[in-house]
Design a protein around this ligand. Structure first.
Ligand code: GLN
Length: 195
């Protein structure tokens, strides 16, 4: 049995919880989704989802609670959306506390303010997907020397989804759609990573 934890600190947590539950059902595997708030709960998980929200707030809490240390020590795969992507990055254009486990650099709020949010048909791998962008970050750079980095999606010449090893960073919000494809993809990656 694998456990997928949705980090329940701030942001679009319940949406991720619901869609992950659906994804597990679709995959018909022995897995469970849990809402997690503290390092000891995170330590019990095989994969962690970090939602959109306010990366500065989530970053402060994860360092204060030692969640960052637990994830790094146990090498728990992380799937981050929007603010979650910011937290996965090694560097941003802002002075903030980060998880920093992916060799990527992002720019926060890169497409403008809340009113500049938009929805667009995109491709995730070869699959059509509906991209919901809300004060989304953009990927400024990634370490091309790292062989474990894979680009999963691009839009308007920007990388909007990227994977490094078992970690996945996505600038948009798949949890705000009914489409479980990307969550299923992450769960399958977790299965591979815990093997
Ligand atoms: N702009 C937010 C941040 O950098 C992310 C926005 C979101 O997650 N919808 O924290």
């Amino acid at each position: 049995m694998i456990v997928i934890g949705v980090l329940n600190l701030q942001g679009a947590v319940s949406e991720h919880y619901g869609i992950t539950k659906k994804a597990i059902k679709n995959l018909n595997i022995n897995a469970e989704v849990k809402s997690v708030r503290y390092a000891d709960e995170v330590a019990e998980c095989d994969g962690i989802i970090i939602s959109g929200g306010e990366s500065t707030v989530i970053g402060k809490i994860i360092t204060r609670r030692g969640i960052d240390k637990t994830i790094k020590e146990k090498k728990i795969p992380v799937f981050g959306t929007c603010a979650g992507m910011v937290l996965l990055a090694k560097k941003t254009n802002f002075d903030q506390e980060l998880l920093g486990i992916m060799d990527i650099e992002v720019i926060r709020n890169s497409y403008g303010r809340q009113v500049d949010s938009f929805e667009k048909k995109i491709k995730f791998l070869d699959r059509d997907f509906f991209g919901v962008f809300i004060r989304a970050p953009s990927l400024k750079d990634y370490d091309e020397s790292k062989k474990d980095i894979e680009i999963l999606s691009e839009f308007n010449n920007e990388i909007i989804a990227i994977k490094q090893g078992c970690n996945i960073a996505i600038s948009f919000h798949p949890e705000l759609t009914d489409d479980t494809f990307i969550h299923e993809y992450f769960i399958k990656e977790v299965l591979k990573c815990v093997e």
